[in-house]
Design a protein. Structure first.
Length: 338
């Protein structure tokens, strides 16, 4: 696929008023989600749950693309229609998670590094044939005792760049996801500092591997205090620090930034996205690529029962709509009750 096609898809992924649904939970993660509602994690139940989300009426008003897991990209519904085709019929772009999860970083075993470069080109080529248009790779930057060794950041950035270059060579738009984890006692200033170091390193490596920045979507963390920190940060403070780091580190030719929710609650992640978009002088589209923050209430409503599907879809669409408004800086808490 040529550069202009990659650039067009990247723009559609971050289209105004829309965002990306992350439905690419690994087998282990989706099992935890289904365990929480006492539903067995088998192939049929995983498919039913995701199909319920994908067939929500008017999902295409708020969702531009969906990140799928390998199993889901290959699944069909009871009528034999591929789940990815159900999305495409609604003009929603199917994407695919291509990393293989994390492993202890050699030499720095307490810190994770993402695996999956082996065989990546073959996987990307196959996913392209199966109809995927974009990919996702998550690098996990974990702060332990207020530090992350620069070698660990560099190793993760290198893998992200190799992945992004490979995806583009296979005709797929890479979502580049360097996540500085919320886990820990660190304050917001440390999150800011480490995110800045990480993003600078990522863009340095993307440049080195000749990645076309107009054909990527960046999926970073917001600048927030650690989940065990005693510090409270306002939505405005989170927005201000996040925008500061993005403007310092992210080139203007990147078409869009789609935030991960990273452990924030459904409401927090919407409020923070909205606060960021209240700033009108952002050079990129700034939207959401949420998993749990779009799905949690819908999952709880569904409970694995067919008779709950319509209500569950309503709950999911409500969250998608709230985040769509936040993409435009037009969300407020009163809308939660309408």
């Amino acid at each position: 696929m040529n550069n202009s096609s990659l650039e067009e898809i990247a723009k559609l992924m971050v289209a105004p008023s829309k965002g990306i649904l992350a439905a690419d939970e690994s087998t282990g993660t989706i099992k935890k989600r289904l365990d929480s509602i006492s539903v067995e994690s088998n192939e049929i139940n995983r498919r039913s749950y995701r199909e319920m989300l994908f067939t929500s009426p008017e999902i295409n008003k708020y969702i531009s693309g969906v990140i799928l897991f390998d199993e889901t990209l290959r699944q069909s519904n009871n009528s034999g229609k591929r789940l990815s085709e159900i999305l495409e019929d609604k003009n929603i772009i199917p994407g695919i998670k291509v990393d293989k999860g994390t492993w202890p970083c050699p030499g720095f075993n307490n810190f994770p590094i993402t695996q999956g470069l082996d065989g990546l080109k073959q996987r990307c080529d196959e996913y392209f044939e199966l109809g995927a248009k974009f990919t996702k790779w998550r690098a996990v930057i974990k702060i332990i005792d207020s530090i992350v060794p620069i070698e660990v950041i560099e190793a993760n950035a290198y893998a992200l760049a190799m992945y992004a270059a490979t995806a583009q060579e296979s005709g797929l738009v890479p979502i580049v996801e360097p996540e500085v984890l919320m886990d820990g006692k660190h304050n917001i200033e440390l999150c800011k500092k480490i995110t800045e170091t990480t993003l600078n390193m990522v863009f340095e490596k993307l440049d080195k591997y000749k990645v076309n920045l107009k054909g990527i979507v960046l999926k970073p963390n917001m600048i927030v205090p650690g989940s065990e920190s005693s510090e409270d940060a306002t939505h405005n403070e989170i927005a201000e620090k996040t925008i500061f780091v993005l403007k310092k580190c992210v080139p203007k030719n990147v078409p869009g930034i789609a935030f991960l929710s990273g452990g924030q609650t459904e409401i927090e992640s919407t409020l923070n996205l909205n606060s960021i978009n209240q700033s009108k002088d952002l050079p990129w589209e700034v939207t959401f690529s949420y998993g749990r923050a779009l799905q949690q209430s819908a999952l709880n409503k569904w409970q694995g029962k067919e008779e709950n599907i319509i209500e569950s879809q309503k709950v999911f669409l409500h969250r998608a709509k709230m985040n769509s408004l936040a993409h435009n800086g037009e969300y407020n808490l009163d809308l939660e009750n309408t």
